[in-house]
Structure formats: C-alpha cells, structure tokens
Design a protein around this ligand. Structure first.
Ligand code: SF4
Ligand code: SF4
Ligand code: SF4
Length: 305
C-alpha cells in the first residue's frame, strides 16, 4: 500500500497571484538608487558586488549590532575598526558569515574583501548577512554542532538527503562532543556532507554542511583532540572537562561551597603550623558544571581543565 504523502500545503502568492518577496535590505536600497541613480550606488563596492551590505555583527566582538559597509570591506575592518575588536584581549579564532549555513573563516582570511563571490570561494557565503565572531574560548566542534541543530530544526523534511543526512551529522557531532566519537565518525561526516550537499533539493540542504566542512578544514586538530585525547581544548564540551580548585591559590574562604547548587564542594579541616585551616575540593562525579563557583571565587582559584 502506498504511504500517505505528508500534507504539504499548495504554495500561493499574495491574493493568489504570483508574488515577489524581497527582504527589507533590498527594499531599503531601492529609494536610494532611484534618488541618487544606479551609477552612484554602483560607485562603491567591488567589480561584481556593487553597493553596500548590511551585516548582523555579533558574537565575541565589542560593538555588536547591524552595520552597513561598502562591499569590498575586509573582514579585519569589520571586526576591528567597526566591531571594536575582541573583548577582554582574547585571541580571534574565526568568523562565521552568512547565517547558520555559512562557513567559518580563520585569521588568514581577515584581509579578504567581502563580496558575494569571494566569500563563496573561501568556503563561506554572504547568505543572510550574519557575521558571528569567535575567540579562543569557542570550541569549533561545538560550533558545528550548534549550527547543525538549527539546520535540523529548519529542514522541512521533503527530501531524504537533507531530512536524514542532517540528523545523522548531528548525531555524530553529539557523539564527538560527548567523548564517544571515533575516527570512522570523521570519515562518515565527510561522506554525509558530500551527499547532503550534492543531493538536497534546496539551498538549505545544499549548504547545511558548510560549518562542518570549514571547521574540519581549519580546526581538524580540535576534532582529533575530542576523539583521540577525549579532551575539549577550549573547555566547552561539558562531558570532556571538569572544574578544579587549585590548592595553592585557594585561601579556604568557603564562598564557592556555599553557592554550589550541587553541594559538591567539600571542606577538609587541617592544622598547619599550629593554625586551623580548611581546604576545598570539587567532587567531579556530582558537579553539574554550572560554572557558578568560577564567578564566585575572588581569588581565581577555580578553573576548567
Ligand atoms: S533540502 Fe530543502 S527541500 Fe530538502 S528537506 Fe531540506 S529544506 Fe526541505
Ligand atoms: S571561593 Fe575560591 S578561595 Fe574561596 S574556598 Fe572556594 S576556591 Fe577557595
Ligand atoms: S561548576 Fe557548579 S556544580 Fe560544579 S562545583 Fe562549581 S558550582 Fe558546583
């Protein structure tokens, strides 16, 4: 018996008529072009990408928000001159352009001019104009997983490469971030990425693997650290890190213990040179890795490892 088809509604335009949908950015350019003439608009930009582009600049950058820049502006100008650089003096790691299906670009691309062709050539895209900056504290496997979760939610399910392939990729990324990944998983990721990209019906599936491809290309060592060493170098993946109190820095004030929601910071009293002292230690089996103790400790005695 044939399986019933899912109830996809017929697509209709406004008032049942053929309809063009433009985003606000496009419509915002139209009055300017009509008023100032197309040549004026086209006088800024690059050979093939004319005019300006609006980016939603976010992530690890001092000035977040919507910014309009001439096409051809470099990523460095976007991040440092307009975005004000990375907060807290942290080291830049990558910028992901184009929304959830965009690729992550590393330091070597910072002086690349931003235009439609150039971003695609470098493994990302202009897409929806997102520009998310990442610093040394971001785990790139976790980043790929984050975007794949979004893609899985957004997949309409009409074609199987995207519907099934994105789910399989998410399962693999989850395994890797939880310390259960294998080297075969890396091969499977690459194969799935290729299949989903080349066999999906629409752009969502065709670009879904960009975050995986770009992080595998530029941050393969991070994937290997998760798989082989069972470590998350950025200390982001909760199952692969633990909170630790440095006994040499801890002064035994006990504040962290009072604020721990899992009651897993234990106190041990001892006598040293005639003084009654206390030391504190975290039970990794009970710790829920909420991070509250790190912000509580004024002596920076608690860290992730
Ligand atoms: S590629 Fe497009 S059509 Fe196919 S399942 Fe994904 S969103 Fe739907
Ligand atoms: S808050 Fe810091 S200094 Fe105080 S007991 Fe905890 S780790 Fe030690
Ligand atoms: S991370 Fe949270 S649960 Fe773990 S020791 Fe610190 S406060 Fe307690």
């Amino acid at each position: 018996m044939p399986r019933p088809r899912p109830p996809f509604p017929a697509v209709k335009g406004l008032w049942g008529q053929p309809t063009i949908i433009n985003n606000v950015e496009t419509l915002a350019c139209v009055p300017y072009i009509l008023r100032e003439k197309a040549e004026t608009f086209a006088s800024v930009g690059t050979e093939k990408s004319k005019g300006t582009k609006v980016f939603a600049l976010g992530g690890k950058v001092n000035n977040v928000g919507l910014v309009e820049v001439p096409m051809g502006t470099t990523l460095r100008e976007l991040i440092y001159d307009i975005g004000g650089g990375i907060p807290g003096g942290k080291k830049f790691k990558a910028i992901q352009t184009g929304g959830p299906s965009g690729g992550c670009l590393t330091e070597e691309y910072l002086d690349e001019p931003i235009d439609f062709d150039n971003l695609v050539q470098k493994g990302s895209m202009m897409g929806s104009g997102g520009a998310i900056v990442m610093d040394e504290d971001n785990c790139m496997v976790d980043v790929a997983k984050f975007y794949m979760e979004f893609i899985c939610d957004e997949s309409c399910g009409k074609c199987s490469p995207c519907r099934i392939g994105t789910k399989r990729m998410l399962e693999i990324l989850t395994r890797i971030t939880e310390g259960n990944g294998t080297m075969e998983d890396l091969e499977a990721l690459e194969e799935l990425s290729h299949t989903v990209k080349n066999n999906s019906l629409c752009a969502l599936g065709q670009t879904a693997a960009n975050p995986i491809d770009s992080t595998l290309k530029h941050f393969r060592d991070e994937y290997l650290a998760h798989i082989v060493d069972k470590k998350c170098p950025a200390h982001v993946c909760k199952k692969l890190m633990e909170y630790y109190i440095d006994p040499d820095t801890c002064i035994g004030c006990g504040l962290c213990s009072k604020g721990c929601p899992a009651e897993c910071i234990t106190r041990t009293d001892y006598i040293a040179q005639g003084h009654k002292l206390a030391s504190f230690a975290i039970d990794p089996k009970k710790c829920v890795k909420c991070g509250a103790c790190i912000s509580t400790c004024r002596f920076k005695a608690i860290s992730k490892r």
